[in-house]
Write a protein that binds this ligand. Structure first.
Ligand SMILES: NC(=O)c1ccc[n+]([C@@H]2O[C@H](COP(=O)([O-])OP(=O)(O)OC[C@H]3O[C@@H](n4cnc5c(N)ncnc54)[C@H](O)[C@@H]3O)[C@@H](O)[C@H]2O)c1
Ligand SMILES: N[C@@H](CCO)C(=O)O
Ligand code: NA
Length: 430
């Protein structure tokens, strides 16, 4: 039987995502009520600029005082779509203290302070849900936290940032320039308020931290994630990738060590073969592979950014939290019981594609090969092209610890015959 007293939702932030949450809550109110078993209403919307026209949001719901809104005491669910660390963190903890559960899309905050937010939620008997924080509309957090809770996850790898995938895709397929593609991604509502978070991979690293923490039941913070952005990927890198039958993607990779005693999390551009399913992920789509002991390999794919797709994930969480409240229950809290340490990037085993500009004279190839051998790095292929007394040497290695690979590059840079290291890129997905 439908409860008549409505559940009340407070919306913090009415930008790209918040405005879509408000729109869907209004236009689909009857369906949401039927699914929850009680009406759900927008009880207040905290904004920074109250004069802005917000179609569909009744003016009497708008406030600039987010703190007063979360302190009201009659709010069931606070939806935080402001972004950033403060005031979002204080507003969320204040919401818990005043009897509300929280749905957030804020990966930056969750990667930095997830543990203390979970603790605050638990202390006050409230829910903390954040499906929208990783891979936009794609159901990924809930499958990891709930559907796969009976399995052992060994690896999570994928494309988790829509903006950078959009830019790399445009650079690859239409030869578009970096800035032009970034402007387009921003106009489409994919980029963060400061797009440095996207292109320097802070956003993807935050998502990797969240995914690794949930997948391996441990605590992984943003600072634990090795991070390289995509601002230095050039048209020449794409040309090299093409020669290898590859493309370039910004990948997030979280792995359990072979001995099971530690985990790693990293985000960096990488070459992947065109035959790999991740190579065909276009525009702002995301895709994530999860490898679990019993389930095998699972792939999650869909829109990774944008107002409406992200609002879908937020509203799914709102429904889940409302259902929990009607049942006087809460969903899963933090699961970090394994306390596995996070190893450094140097211990990750990977492959490098290295382009060197070298002197075109006898013995250079042998000299270069010796440096690889001295670092215990085995060479897979070498290609050399001469040009006016200089040559370009492209070396692809076999798998080796990242520390050995970067040590090799450092030593190569010191050789007189190596004029420069034109590009270094990891090769994944083979
Ligand atoms: N845009 C996406 O595709 C997407 C996808 C997934 C997650 N997210 C996350 O969702 C959150 C919101 O993203 P967005 O794209 O909607 O950003 P946005 O910049 O479009 O919207 C944020 C809004 O919050 C408002 N705001 C800031 N401080 C406030 C305050 N103290 N009180 C009231 N309002 C305040 C801003 O004025 C702005 O309108 C971020 O955490 C972001 O990382 C965004
Ligand atoms: N800026 C983010 C939004 C989705 O989290 C992205 O481009 O993926
Ligand atoms: Na998601």
């Amino acid at each position: 039987m439908m409860r008549t007293r409505p559940l009340k939702v407070a919306l913090l932030g009415c930008g790209v995502v918040g405005s879509e949450v408000a729109r869907i809550m209004t236009t689909h109110a009857d369906d949401l009520a039927a699914r929850i078993g009680a009406p759900v209403e927008l009880a207040g919307v905290a904004v920074r600029r109250p004069d802005k026209v917000r179609g569909g949001v009744p003016a009497e719901l708008i406030t600039t005082d987010a703190t007063a809104l979360v302190k009201r005491g009659d709010i069931d669910v606070v939806v935080e779509v402001i972004g950033g660390i403060e005031p979002a963190r204080t507003l969320i903890t204040t919401a818990f203290e005043h009897g509300a559960s929280v749905v957030s899309a804020n990966k930056a905050l969750l990667a930095q302070d997830g543990a203390s937010l979970y603790a605050a939620a638990e202390q006050h008997g409230q829910d903390l849900y954040y499906e929208a924080a990783v891979a936009g509309a794609i159901p990924l957090i809930r499958p990891l936290r709930e559907s796969l809770a009976g399995d052992k996850i060994n690896r999570v790898m994928g494309i988790v940032n829509g903006t950078t995938n959009f830019i790399l895709d445009k650079m690859d397929t239409s030869g578009a320039g970096y800035s032009e593609a970034l402007d387009e991604a921003t106009a489409l509502g994919y980029a963060e308020a400061d797009p440095t978070a996207d292109v320097e991979a802070f956003d993807a690293a935050a998502k990797a931290a969240i995914l690794a923490g949930i997948a391996f039941h441990t605590r992984v913070r943003l600072d634990d994630v090795y991070r390289e952005g995509m601002t230095e990927v050039t048209a020449a890198d794409f040309a090299s990738a093409k020669e290898m039958g590859c493309t370039i993607k910004l990948l997030a990779i979280c792995e359990r060590a072979a001995d099971g005693g530690s985990v790693t999390a990293r985000v960096h551009p990488a070459m992947i073969p065109l035959s790999h399913p991740l190579a065909s992920v276009r525009e702002a789509y995301n895709a994530v592979f999860v490898e679990a002991e019993a389930a095998g390999q699972l792939m999650f794919y869909g829109p990774g950014a944008g107002g409406s797709p992200t609002a879908s994930a937020v509203l799914g969480d709102v429904v889940a939290v409302c259902r929990n409240r009607l049942n006087e229950a809460t969903g899963p809290g933090e699961s970090a019981y394994t306390q596995l340490p996070v190893s450094s990037m140097g211990e990750v085993v990977t492959r490098y594609h290295i382009s060197l500009d070298v002197a075109d004279k006898p013995g250079v190839l042998a000299q270069v090969a010796t440096v690889f051998a001295e670092h215990g790095v085995s060479i897979d292929t070498v290609r050399q092209q001469g040009k006016d007394g200089e040559a370009s040497l492209v070396v692809v290695t076999h798998r080796a610890p990242d520390a050995a690979l970067s040590g090799t590059v450092e030593a190569l840079r010191k050789l007189d015959t190596v004029r420069g290291v034109a590009s270094i890129m990891r090769v994944e997905g083979e």
